[in-house]
Design a protein around this ligand. Structure first.
Ligand code: CIR
Length: 265
């Protein structure tokens, strides 16, 4: 197993937000995102990935899929292998076929999770947190037991130890409230930390009231943090991390954050 494989990357795949992003799925009654501002924030995100060392592969917008900017939910990337998932929201299922060509072009091997036990379960990438050794997979409204089992069986072949977690029902995706800071440290809300699933890891708890900050991205030496969370920013900087803040006000209106807007490998 390659040390630091969970955050040493050279490439990222993103998809330009479509104008239809204003109709993205959301849990609550949040107002529609502003498509122009969303695109601007997405541009800043792409620049930050490049600055952190990514060669960014940018895919064209898909108007028929308002949530397709959130590419993370379609795929798990592990070195030279991509695992094509079965997203759990009916309106997003078709995103699979549009990410597939980019996976074929950029990975040595693409495994379609559908082929594992010919299963018909569901799983979103937002429910999967990979460290160097563990694959934490959260059951959620988008990820069921069959989807989880299929992914776990594939990941075992890539030297990951699967850890099944019950995501509290108030949380959309497991990673909505946690993220990897380094090989042994996880940033997690109190609610997720209380599940005691991160045994053996050091947890830095997201300051109360800043739970939305939990969805970070570690890319090489940089930790991306959503802007507007001063306690989290100070906490991470004081812990020695190099932090870049990015405004995610528009993705947040449709339950999106930082990790969901890219595939990193
Ligand atoms: C959805 O509900 O599917 C999108 N509006 C948000 C997806 C966010 N994805 C993620 O956190 N991995």
């Amino acid at each position: 197993m390659t040390p630091e494989r969970a955050f040493r990357f050279t490439k990222a795949i993103v998809r330009t937000p479509a104008a239809s992003v204003t109709r993205g799925l959301r849990d609550g009654p949040a107002s529609n995102p502003d498509a122009t501002l969303f695109a601007r924030q997405h541009g800043v995100y792409v620049d930050a990935l490049e600055h952190a060392g990514a060669h960014v592969i940018s895919l064209p917008p898909l108007e028929q899929y308002p949530d397709s900017v959130f590419v993370e939910d379609t795929t798990i990337c592990i070195k030279d292998t991509a695992i094509l998932l079965r997203p759990g929201a009916p309106s997003r299922f078709g995103e699979r076929e549009f990410i597939y060509p980019a996976l074929k072009a950029n990975f040595n091997k693409v495994v379609d999770i559908t082929d594992v036990y010919h299963h018909d379960g569901f799983i979103d990438g937002g429910d999967v947190l990979l460290s160097d050794n563990h694959a934490f997979i959260g059951l959620s409204a988008r990820t069921d037991q069959r989807g989880l089992n299929a992914l776990a069986s594939i990941l075992k072949d890539h030297e990951y130890i699967p850890v099944q977690v019950e995501t509290p029902s108030s949380i959309l995706h497991f990673k909505t409230e946690c993220g990897l800071l380094d090989s042994t440290t996880i940033f997690a809300t109190r609610k997720l930390a209380a599940l005691e699933c991160f045994k053996g890891y050091h947890i830095i708890e997201v300051p109360a009231g800043e739970e939305t900050a939990a969805n970070i991205v570690r890319f090489n030496d940089t930790v991306f943090l959503s802007a507007g969370f001063p306690k989290s920013e100070a906490l991470l900087r004081n812990a020695g991390y190099k932090v870049t803040t990015i405004d995610t006000s528009e993705p947040a209106k449709i339950d999106g954050g930082l990790s969901c807007m890219s595939l990193r490998f």
